[in-house]
Write a protein that binds this ligand. Sequence first.
Ligand code: MG
Length: 175
Amino acid sequence: MSSAANAQSDSPEYAHIDNKASNHNQESANGMKNINYNAAANSSASTTANSIDSHFSNITFEELRQLNDKFIKERNWGQFRSPRNVLLAMVGEVGELAEIFQWKGEVSEGLPELSPEEREHVGQEVSDILIYLTDFASRCKIDLPAAAMKKMEANARKYPADKVYGKANKYTDYQ
Ligand SMILES: [Mg+2]
């Protein structure tokens, strides 16, 4: 990341939140959940090499939204965070993620073709995307997890498993 206004997870200042949490998802005095990032980081490291059986840490979109909101308010960066600006920042992060895979050829699940440093880098960039996506949805007043669940339900109706099993056609081909 090049500018301070765009910095998110790279900031060492953000690490102080880790030390306040003795337990994963511990409730703080102000009602905001503290998140043990070390537990989360260890979990993601173990799942990197085992993507088929991987799972995510039990951190909610709302927790992520609150933490990012606090991060932004503490720096008075809300003034830069119009939905358009956040969207463009997110697209930039997608480019940073794509750059890791650029010119490499096909890669397998778990990314065994990448070095440990590159896999760590993938985690960082995909996190930048997620953080900006969460911020974007929040600033658009979209309840992101609820919208995602609704979309999954729509996708299930659009692609009935008995009709599309093993096929990659677009839904219009089944109508
Ligand atoms: Mg980045």
